[in-house]
Design a protein around this ligand. Structure first.
Ligand code: ASP
Ligand code: MG
Length: 418
């Protein structure tokens, strides 16, 4: 098999950890698998680099920001290659520009345009482990770029697609994707498999196992992704073999490859939401547009939206959510447009949480929402806003109810460990 093995920051946090991660690589090489490795920076290093650039000059040139923050991965790629070599495994490090992994020029949040994997593939086919510095690429103008925080996952998936790898193993500090956050529900279960779409919802809703963009890419290119723990003893893990399901971790895969068929696969929650209430606006065509157009122009994403029934037929209230970090800016944008919108009051509230039930089974099962709302009502949990997609129902509730809501829904949909 051709494998891409990605090691996150905690898996390369120091030399001992890199050595342990290298043992996982050795196991696969010894079993005859061809391997490309992608590494993150040592845990905490990228944060340090980011804060140095800000300290140097808050209005820094984004091209130089990328020159600085991409460097953490250069270090771990070199160290991993050295350690593999010390174990008798031929290995070579590759930086983004050496591959080359070509991105657009959006520094700090660059998108991958193409990977010319030819030279690397030749090296891998010749029996060398390619150790790729994650998170970084090169722009058409030949400057170093970075892919956004958490971007090494995307590097790994993009490599797997470019090399046509059989699987992309993401080694991290948890042993897979869980039905919900085990810190809230101790009886949460590891999912042996999860579909791309469910994983996308989980990732964008705060389950921080994979960068959202990496899941989108895996789905678009059909890359099978195995999330697993680098802290598992490398010697007792089975090497990857074609046609054999992995016993450890969670396989992120196509819906048609799912084994179990639950209606609901997981419960996610996101605390970084803020609620905005625009009170007593005129109930007439164009009012919603007068609120949401300026927000869109300011690049502020709106998520859940509720418009109340107008009691007097003339005025109404509108409630919606934005990312908590955008709240001050969103309120300012609306205040600036008060002449158009003409609200009687504007309120912001960050004391809310978005709790979601996710499952591809919802496509074919009716009544999930009703069951969910009923259970929350029984617990006296008030729902402030609702949004749905084909495979997800989200409710906004007071942050104080986070644990109660997650626990209630986790048992309601039969996800507790038996
Ligand atoms: N080192 C980068 C970060 O901390 C990229 C990554 O780890 O995926 O965001
Ligand atoms: Mg990560």
């Amino acid at each position: 098999m051709l494998l891409v093995m990605k090691f996150g920051g905690t898996s390369v946090a120091d030399i001992e950890r890199i050595r342990n991660s290298a043992q996982h690589v050795k196991r696969e090489v010894d079993a005859g698998n061809r391997v490309a490795v992608a590494v993150s920076a040592m845990a905490g290093h990228t944060n340090q680099l980011v804060s140095w650039t800000r300290e140097a000059f808050p209005e820094y040139d984004p091209r130089e920001y990328d020159a600085v923050v991409s460097s953490g991965e250069q270090i771990t790629a070199g160290l991993m290659a050295i350690i593999l070599q010390s174990m008798g495994i031929p290995a070579r490090s590759w930086q983004g520009w050496q591959i080359p992994l070509v991105t657009d020029a959006s520094h700090g949040v660059a998108r991958i345009d193409r990977i010319d994997g030819q030279a690397m593939l030749e090296s891998v086919n010749g029996g060398e482990v390619a150790v790729v510095a994650g998170f970084q690429g090169v722009s058409p103008g030949n400057r170093i770029t970075t892919l956004g925080r958490g971007g090494s996952d995307t590097t790994a998936v993009a490599l797997a697609a470019a090399l046509n790898a059989d699987r992309c193993d993401i080694y991290t500090d948890v042993d897979g994707v869980y039905t919900t956050d085990p810190r809230i529900v101790p009886g949460a279960r590891r999912l042996p498999r999860i579909s791309y779409e469910e994983m996308l919802e989980m990732a964008s809703l705060g389950a921080k196992v994979l960068q959202t963009r990496s899941v989108e890419l895996a789905m678009a290119r059909g890359v099978r992704v195995q999330v697993r723990s680098s802290f598992d003893n490398p010697d007792v893990c089975e090497p990857a073999r074609a046609g054999l399901a992995e016993k450890r971790g969670t396989l992120v895969c196509d819906e048609t490859d799912m084994l179990e068929h639950h209606v609901v696969s997981g419960i996610a929650y996101a605390k970084d939401e803020a609620k905005i209430m625009v009170l007593k606006i005129e109930d007439k065509p164009g009012v919603a547009a007068s609120i949401f157009m300026p927000l869109a122009d300011a690049n502020i994403n709106v998520d859940m939206i509720v418009q109340n029934l107008s009691e007097d037929g003339r005025t109404t209230d509108l409630t919606f959510t934005v990312a908590a970090g955008e709240l001050p800016r969103a309120l300012q944008v609306l205040r600036d447009r008060q002449d158009d919108i003409r609200f009687s009051e504007l309120r912001g509230d960050t004391d809310v949480v978005k709790v979601s039930v996710i499952g591809v089974g919802m496509r074919s099962h009716a009544g999930v929402a009703a069951k969910m709302f009923h259970a929350l009502a029984e617990k006296q949990i008030n729902i402030q806003a609702i949004s749905t997609s084909e495979i997800k129902i989200s409710v906004l509730v007071s942050a104080a109810h986070t644990e109660a809501a997650v626990r209630t829904l986790h048992s309601l949909f039969g996800l507790d460990q038996s």
